[in-house]
Design a protein around this ligand. Sequence first.
Ligand SMILES: C[S@@+](CC[C@H](N)C(=O)[O-])C[C@H]1O[C@@H](n2cnc3c(N)ncnc32)[C@H](O)[C@@H]1O
Length: 311
Amino acid sequence: MKFTKSEEETRELYLNHHKNYANNPDIFLKHYKYSSSCENYLLPEGWFKGKKVVDIGCGNNGVLQKAFYDMGCSSISCLDIGDKWINFLKEVLNSHKLNLNVFSFHAGNAIELPFETDTFDFAACFGVLMVLESFEHIELAIKEMMRVVVPGGICNADFGYGNTGVLNSFINPALREAYSEDNEFADYIDNLDLEEVKKEFFSILSTGINKDKLITEDLINKLLELITLDTINYFQDELRVPIKLDNKLNEKYVIDLLKKYGAKNIKRCPEFYYERKDFRRFLTPFHVTRNKSKYSKLMFGPGNLKFTWTK
Ligand SMILES: C[S@@+](CC[C@H](N)C(=O)[O-])C[C@H]1O[C@@H](n2cnc3c(N)ncnc32)[C@H](O)[C@@H]1O
């Protein structure tokens, strides 16, 4: 199967980022805690036992694979662009001592799945739809998800943060524009190195020592602990991925689209308190208070457009 230039670039970006999950247990665990709990898919405890599942746009971090395995799935099909990711994913699964016979690995495209109709009990598609080439591709991907699950089967997908909230609607798009137009900035982002960033920030911030009573070496070191590999992953993901459509869609778009392809029992999944270790640990409380706080909602919008539905 042929892939477009932007599909290949997207895959290459995540190939490297997902390797960081294996190198950093904090990043892995943060996502694993979410993925391994049935309630986050709005399913009853124990639902996955013996189920046949597919992870569309699985990447090579192994998080959802381990979660599906630990929840007792009998067959786990993993699909992503090209085949470079497969050995990296296998390595991660081996490092967790999972039985690889439960898994199958498929080079393919979310918009044209290489699976028979009515095959899976559950289809997942996380972090993928909003990086597809176009709205037409999002639509094809949903149509394909619906095709490959059995009647009565469950689909679960996220569509990103939608077109609301100052961060997603204005700040992130502006940073993406700067990345695409300012070569020096792009070069800096492309070559971010955790230790170098910390060294540089220390040297900048320490010019305030003895000039500002609040700024001490101790405080600077504490602040620098809030910059981690996850921080670098976040900024590189956000700025370097060739296409990002989520700031152009909203809840109504998603629900209309799902209904168009016959989805039933459409439900929006709850917000989750991700245990971050970097500076974003202070943003998580804002993420989870969007329903209660005017400020949180203004900045971050009404939350992740993550849905579960039935065929
Ligand atoms: C943000 S990562 C998410 C990975 C994984 N699903 C997770 O939640 O950790 C996006 C993934 O979507 C994959 N992807 C992008 N476009 C795709 C397409 N057209 N078909 C299949 N996978 C695609 C990328 O290669 C990448 O692995």
